[in-house]
Design a protein around this ligand. Structure first.
Ligand code: AMP
Length: 539
């Protein structure tokens, strides 16, 4: 067979050639704008030529700090089309982590949404490699800014070359994108996506038994484009000529419901918190959601009640999926097999609420503490190991590679059971992190901060189930003998506040006489989680 390289530019060329009239509907701060793929293709080429003029070279990284909109989509293709690497920066990271990842990736240029400029202005003096800032704005004038040199995105496009040729000498294994993921503690870890990985992952999104994304769909990725490339949807949608609806900045559940209704969205994707919010909106308002053929839900476990309500009350198929930044992300997706369709409703729901079965193309192993594979009986637990053509094989220039990548397998840090059908269910995680509304909070960082307080003897922070955010941190604190009864929660909150983003602060601080420990003296977090599991519902 021919060894034809799989590259991102061929995806955009396909959209320009065969789906020139299809549309991208993009909401920005000034309203909703519609572009055809012909226009998006031309703008992408103009952007690639402008970035080249700014001095971006093959293999170099260009960072984006942006919401889901057409300009970000253009960057998704222009940067790799130039042979450079698209580095999507998670705007919700702490400023010091944003500095770390920009310096670590050695970003040459940053493309920034106008409302996010202050985020970068605060840290600009710490950025070591950035040579130019490009502001993405609908306004004719640039906002007042201390960034320099600074360029207006639309002006650059105007001066750019609409006929720019995407670079041809690309090896399919060359890097096309990168994204950093939170570590248990310390700085985030970089994952690099190759052209080949993205193309194959896009193909997986089109398979009938996965997301079945097609030209007929109207896809609305709600998951941010700075979270694993909005789960790869924008790439696949361009390739397939799928209409895209991009919800833009600061959307509300009402806005999502309005956009679904108005643009007849057929498929949308996001974390459970988004769908819990939408559900509430649907209950309060009067919307027609009949165009939706699938809600993809992942990033955290989808509550069974959520799946049930969407399907039984609103007749919207709700598909639970699992993946990681390291896995592009789609690797596991929950679907009933043909012979399970007639099972009683409760049994079907039980299967669908699990994370699901492997997507074709990836392989798994579930390994117990003894290093042996567990039995597929739905009971034995082990760590999920994955490998496949869209799974990373290292962290970018990072020592921590050896912890997670061993013997050709990615060690996910997720503890699962597998049933007789090969369906996995996540039951725990070995990584000491808390996932709140799709974003990570490091329990270790909070613990270290608390234990640095002069009156705190020890502190453990655990994830406690939460109705809206899935998980929230609760801190268990043992005070030093002489501080007991004297130091208050409020004092500890005042101490934590300057050190962390507001959403990182524990929902509660529980004083204890002692923190349960394992035989080797580690905090027995499982026991604490069990003890606190009803904390929110009780409070
Ligand atoms: P991220 O790299 O931020 O996308 O996070 C990946 C991690 O999120 C996984 O390793 C899991 O711990 C968790 N995760 C993702 N999808 C699910 C899901 N459907 N159910 C439970 N946990 C999930």
């Amino acid at each position: 067979m021919m060894n034809v390289p799989l590259t991102l530019s061929s995806m955009m060329e396909r959209a320009e050639t065969y789906f020139a009239k299809k549309q991208v509907i993009s909401r920005t701060s000034s309203g909703v704008h519609t572009f055809t793929y012909r226009e998006i293709g031309e703008r992408t080429r103009r952007l690639a030529s402008a970035l080249e003029k700014l001095g971006v070279k093959k293999g170099e990284r260009v960072g984006t700090l942006a919401w889901n909109h057409h300009r970000h989509l253009e960057a998704y293709f222009a940067i790799p089309g130039l042979g450079a690497v698209l580095h999507t920066i998670n705007i919700r990271l702490a400023p010091q982590q944003i500095v770390y990842i920009i310096n670590h990736a050695e970003d040459q240029v940053l493309l920034i949404d106008d409302d996010l400029v202050p985020l970068i202005e605060k840290v600009k003096d710490e950025l070591k490699t950035v040579k130019a800032f490009v502001i993405m704005t609908d306004k004719d004038e640039l906002p007042e800014t201390s960034l320099e040199p600074v360029y207006h995105y639309e002006n650059l496009l105007e001066e750019g070359n609409p006929g720019f040729e995407f670079v041809k000498d690309i090896d399919e294994n060359d890097p096309a994108g990168m994204c950093y993921t939170s570590a248990t503690t310390g700085n985030p870890k970089g994952v690099v996506y190759s052209h080949r990985g993205i193309v194959l992952h896009s193909m997986a999104l089109g398979l009938a038994d996965t997301a079945a994304l097609s030209e007929r769909d109207v896809a609305m990725p709600v998951v941010p484009m700075f979270h694993v490339n909005a789960w790869g949807l924008p790439f696949a949608a361009v390739w397939f000529g799928t209409t895209q609806v991009m919800p833009g900045p600061y959307f509300t559940p009402k806005l999502l419901a309005d956009m679904i209704q108005e643009h007849q969205v057929t498929l949308t994707a996001g974390v459970p918190t988004i769908w819990l919010g939408l559900l509430k909106e649907l209950e309060e308002g009067d919307y027609d959601m009949s165009s939706l053929r699938a809600i993809l839900c992942g990033g955290s476990a989808a509550p069974k009640g959520l799946i049930h309500t969407f399907e039984s009350k609103y007749k919207i198929p709700f598909v639970h999926a699992y993946g990681m930044t390291e896995t592009s992300p789609l690797v596991v997706l929950s679907r009933l097999k043909s012979y399970q369709q007639d099972l009683p409703e409760e049994a079907r729901l039980d299967i669908r609420a699990k994370q699901g079965g492997l997507v074709p193309g990836v392989e798994m192993k579930v390994v117990g503490k003894d290093g042996k594979e567990v039995a597929w009986n739905g009971e034995e637990m082990g760590e999920l190991l994955l490998r496949g053509p869209w799974i990373a094989d290292e962290y970018y220039q990072d020592e921590r590679t050896k912890e997670a990548f061993q013997d050709g397998w990615l060690h996910t840090g997720d503890v699962v059971t597998v049933d007789e059908e090969g369906v996995i269910k996540i039951v725990d995680r070995t990584k000491d992190l808390i996932k709140s509304g799709g974003e990570w909070i490091s329990s270790v960082d909070l613990e270290n901060a608390l234990m640095a307080h002069e009156d705190v003897f020890e502190a453990a922070v655990v994830a406690v189930p939460h109705e809206k955010w899935q998980e929230r941190p609760v801190a268990c604190v043992v005070l030093k003998d002489n501080a007991r009864g004297k130091v208050t929660k409020e004092e500890l909150y005042d101490y934590l506040k300057p050190q962390f983003a507001k959403w990182w602060l524990p929902d509660d601080i529980v004083f204890m006489d002692e923190i349960p420990k394992t035989s080797v003296g580690k905090f027995l977090k499982r026991a604490l989680r069990e003890q606190l599991k009803d904390h929110h519902s009780a409070s």
